[in-house]
Design a protein around this ligand. Structure first.
Ligand code: SAM
Ligand code: DTB
Ligand code: SF4
Length: 335
């Protein structure tokens, strides 16, 4: 019989790894062993780890705003904003500062404590970065936690964002190294790791996660999480996205992932990155209440809140608040 005591999992790594924020590497095989636990054993472990570091009845609300939509030169196969695919999303200009501030004020009024701004760029140009830095300064001054995702950064750019008051930079690894080339051909894994290194060196917190349901195997899901958990230190924030299938993208007709496998992915992220905020990110529109409740039980402690992600839909705010109330979950600032 498997030992379900929370101090030891089948590969014997849990006890030591839940204690630290820096790892000396998770092997994909060890992460795969977690995926292969029984559902009850896995959730028990995840909930145990979660409760050691967080209030299990608290979730952070984050609101997303696309500050520069569409026309992206990258060819990410999942993305409605890539100029390579005909998805009906038009390329727009960078949004004006005032409009960003209005959205941030509204998000705060509605209960969000974190405001994330996304731009469909391969990498920002100096003038664009200055404008985003001004947005960060003003959003931060409202008392909101700030996160931006702008693509690859060059030397000095992460520092500039840090000086503007940025808390987190989001830059996802998205997929396992051996699957990345099936999804994106216009950049490589090392490009992503290089930007993550610059973000870390500038003293910013790292927000880095991935997408499940891209057509990867369970082993590749485990390898993605092993990569994330082996960043040293591991990310403070880990968004786990379920693919939103968008008409016109190459992945529009992908088979959906088993919902319980998505819950497993959250649980494994929680166990391998015990102190990280694990964010139940894209894909909630297609999840029912019970499935989202399982995600919280598995250790997710943040959601995107508000009717839109970047270009696709998200559940209605009122329904989210009702669900959290039914579950006895409070909303909080950064946990
Ligand atoms: N262009 C920047 C970049 O790629 O880093 C920032 C914006 S990009 C839209 C941010 C993240 O959104 C991607 O890394 C990916 O994880 C997520 N994303 C994009 N399209 C998605 C989709 N259809 N389903 C789920 N997640 C998606
Ligand atoms: C992340 O990992 N997920 C968010 C945020 N970081 C920027 C983006 C999800 C985008 C979903 C597709 C869209 O709305 O365009
Ligand atoms: Fe561009 Fe980011 Fe979309 Fe890739 S995920 S196409 S880099 S906006």
């Amino acid at each position: 019989m498997i030992d379900v005591s929370p101090s030891v999992h089948s590969s014997g790594r849990l006890a030591q790894d839940q204690q630290r924020t820096s790892n000396h590497g998770w092997r994909a095989d060890d992460v795969l062993a977690l995926f292969e636990l029984s559902f009850a054993d896995l959730l028990y472990h995840a909930q145990f780890v979660h409760r050691q570091h967080f209030d299990a009845n608290a979730v952070q609300l984050s609101t997303l705003l696309s500050v520069k939509t569409g026309g992206c030169p990258e060819d990410c196969a999942y993305c409605p904003q890539s100029a390579h695919y005909d998805t009906g999303i038009k390329a727009e200009k960078l949004v004006a500062l005032e409009a960003v501030l209005d959205a941030a004020k509204l998000a705060k009024q509605n209960g969000a404590t974190r405001f994330c701004m996304g731009a469909a760029w391969r990498s920002p140009k100096p003038r664009q970065l200055e404008r985003v830095a001004a947005m960060i300064r003003e959003v931060k001054a409202l008392g909101l936690e700030t996160c931006v995702t702008l693509g690859m950064l060059e030397d000095g750019q992460a520092q500039q964002l840090k000086e503007a008051g940025l808390d987190y930079y989001n830059h996802n690894l998205d997929a396992a190294p051996d699957f990345y080339g099936h999804i994106i051909t216009t950049r490589c894994y090392q490009d992503r790791l290089d930007t993550l290194g610059r973000v870390r060196d500038a003293g910013l917190k790292v927000c880095c996660g991935g997408i499940v349901g891209l057509g990867e195997s369970r082993r590749q899901r485990a390898a993605l999480i092993a990569q994330l958990a082996s960043l040293d230190p591991y990310p403070e924030s880990v968004p786990i996205n379920n693919l939103v299938k968008v008409e016109g993208t190459p992945l529009a007709n992908n088979e959906s992932i088993d919902p319980l496998e998505f819950v497993r992915s959250i649980a494994v992220a929680r166990i391998t990155m015990p102190r990280a905020m694990v964010r139940l990110s894209a894909g909630r529109e297609r999840m029912d209440d019970a499935l989202q409740a399982l995600c919280f039980l598995a250790g997710a402690n943040s959601i995107f809140f508000g009717e839109k992600l970047l270009t696709t839909g998200n559940p209605q705010a009122r329904g989210d608040l009702e669900l959290l109330e039914r579950l006895g979950i409070r909303t909080v600032g950064q946990a």
